[in-house]
Design a protein around this ligand. Structure first.
Ligand code: ADP
Ligand code: ADP
Length: 224
């Protein structure tokens, strides 16, 4: 298994944001965390990314225990909710951020950023600031920033929340295409059942910090 998450939990004070979360994910699989606001999706994703320290449990990726490691020591690309682009950095600088954190030399950084700008159809926008971009362009910068480190795991927190319905659908399918092409193992947070059904291989339905059901869309929604 590519990702093994065992009994992951996060407690704030005496409130359980996430409780006893266990899931195994195969290489190249895309799993959606689906559930209403406050059910623990973002907290789970951020523990996998290393931004939040778990209260209990383990995250093992390809046999390596990542539980105590900081984000830049992990092989994970993260696309934040509302993109979280650094507002004072240009498109190119935003994309380069993770490479800098990892100490990639400037010349290689420039090449990889330029390649990613071309791949994500951001040509001509390298020197713009995030506020000078459309929602769809910002979304592509956020994905470029996550992919430029060549992650083996891609984590997405409601990546389409700023887009209108039509752009959501086309961007979702585009992301799915890239994810398949690169064989990226992905965890995708959404509160939208249709989005989860359209994009994910399996869906983990969360409620009150716990996984209630996990399976394919057919398993969960169509079997009697
Ligand atoms: P979701 O992403 O499903 O909307 P979250 O993971 O953001 O849910 O939050 C799960 C629960 O944990 C919520 O009840 C939320 O209020 C609580 N929570 C999240 N972050 C914190 C924090 N830093 N301190 C206290 N409670 C938090
Ligand atoms: P919130 O849910 O509280 O609004 P954000 O999703 O905006 O949080 O981002 C969480 C924090 O991580 C922010 O302080 C943001 O500046 C920081 N951040 C955003 N992108 C990255 C990144 N690629 N690497 C490291 N830190 C980041």
């Amino acid at each position: 298994m590519e990702i093994v998450i065992e009994n992951l939990a996060k407690v704030y004070g005496n409130a359980h944001a996430v409780r006893d979360f266990s899931v195994t994910i195969a290489k190249g699989e895309m799993v959606a965390l689906l559930g209403p606001s406050g059910c623990g999706k973002t907290t789970t994703l951020r523990m996998v990314a290393g931004f939040i320290k778990p209260s209990a449990g383990r995250i093992v990726v390809r046999g390596r225990d990542l539980t105590g490691l900081p984000p830049h020591k992990r092989d994970t690309g993260l696309v934040f909710q509302n993109y979280a682009l650094f507002p004072h950095l240009t498109v190119a600088e935003n994309i380069a951020f993770g490479l800098r954190r990892r100490g990639v030399p400037a010349a290689e950084r420039d090449t990889r950023v330029a390649n990613m700008i071309a791949t994500m159809q951001l040509t001509g926008l390298a020197d713009r600031l995030p506020r000078q971009l459309s929602g769809g362009q910002q979304q592509r910068v956020a994905v470029a920033r996550a992919l430029v480190i060549n992650p083996s795991i891609l984590l997405l927190d409601e990546p389409f929340s700023n887009l209108d319905a039509k752009l959501r659908e086309s961007t979702g399918l585009e992301l799915r295409r890239i994810q398949r092409e690169l064989g990226l193992t992905s965890i995708f947070v959404t509160h939208d059942q249709n989005e989860a059904m359209a994009i994910a291989d399996r869906i983990a339905v969360m409620n009150g910090g716990a996984v209630e059901q996990i399976g394919s869309a057919v398993d969960i929604y169509e079997r009697p």
